[in-house]
Ligand binder design. Structure first.
Ligand code: KIV
Length: 303
């Protein structure tokens, strides 16, 4: 069911989806322009994932992403999110060291990153951190299963929770997070039956990525679902567009036009005869009064 209201989605509204639905639609975002499009398309939650280390920065994993970078991208995404709730990943080592450091880092994400909530990886071992952050009035989303910040400990990006013992341990992690006060839990790369068992065992919504259809919502990395990250496509990804190919084709056309002298045409030039009704546009600001500005002005000092 598509959203019927343009009201901002709040944490209580997200929690209320657990019993009644509709399922939560979550997608990652890293900048204003894409955030605006995803919001318009009806995403309920925009997750500024530390996956930005891989899909935006080109790193092998998420470990080098900093708190400052998360805040930078958070502000950008918040400017594009009209209805969607915006949550950001707490980067590696911003919360593991101590509950005190975790509260400070989470607070920085809300104060300087414009986030409405934070997400952190781990189960029972980070329950105290979750409790303390929640006690500070900051909503926390949990994340268990494949937790990419533990990539080296896991021996790679591998499916988790296989076998009875591992499954029981993840179930216990989900319960510990629920008790600590999370408002939702991401379940990443676990067997679908375990995704279902955890979803039935906790009262907070589960958001699956490679965790089967029983979860209360689904999340995908936007570059994956839009077909822009083409180096590797995990099994759990469905591509809803092939923007990667469309971009390559568009640049090929542009290159051919530039090389042939076919672009710019008179309609793209200032001071030459214009087609009737065309205004002169500088790019970042409309020159003609009746043209709407192409880009909304940023409200803070980010470049
Ligand atoms: O960093 C990220 O994008 C994530 C999602 C894949 C859940 O954590």
């Amino acid at each position: 069911m598509a959203p019927t209201s343009s009201e901002k989605l709040t944490v209580p509204a997200i929690r209320a989806r657990k019993p009644s639905g509709p399922k939560l639609v979550v997608v990652t975002a890293y900048d204003t322009t894409v955030a605006r499009l995803l919001d318009e398309g009806g995403a309920d939650i925009l997750l500024v994932g530390d996956s930005l280390g891989m899909v935006v920065q080109g790193q092998q994993n998420t470990l080098s992403v900093t708190l400052e970078q998360m805040c930078y991208h958070g502000r950008a995404v918040a400017r594009g999110a009209r209805r969607a709730h915006v949550v950001g990943d707490m980067p590696f080592l911003s919360f593991q060291v101590s509950p005190e450091k975790a509260v400070e880092a989470a607070g920085t994400m809300l104060k300087e990153g414009s986030y409405e909530a934070v997400k952190l990886e781990g189960g029972a071992v980070v329950a105290e951190q979750v409790r303390r952050i929640v006690a500070a009035g900051i909503p926390v989303m949990g994340h268990i299963g494949l937790t990419p910040q533990s990539v080296h400990a896991m021996g790679g990006f591998r499916v988790q929770g296989k076998g009875e013992e591992a499954a029981a341990s993840l179930l216990a992690d989900a319960r510990a997070l629920e008790q600590a006060g999370v408002y939702a839990i991401v379940l990443e790369s676990i067997p679908a039956p375990l995704g279902q068992a955890i979803t039935q065992a906790v009262q907070v919504p589960t958001i699956g990525i490679g965790a089967g259809p029983a979860c209360d919502g689904q999340v995908l990395v936007c570059y994956d679902m839009l077909g822009m990250y083409r180096e590797f496509t995990p099994r759990f990804v469905k591509r809803y567009a092939e923007l990667g190919g469309a971009i390559v084709d568009a640049v090929r056309d542009y290159a051919a036009d530039v090389r042939a002298g076919a672009f710019p045409g008179p309609e793209h030039c200032f001071g030459v005869t214009q087609p009737p009704g065309a205004g002169e546009n500088t790019g970042s600001r409309a020159v003609v009064d009746s043209d709407p500005p192409r880009y909304a002005p940023a409200s803070d000092s980010d470049p």
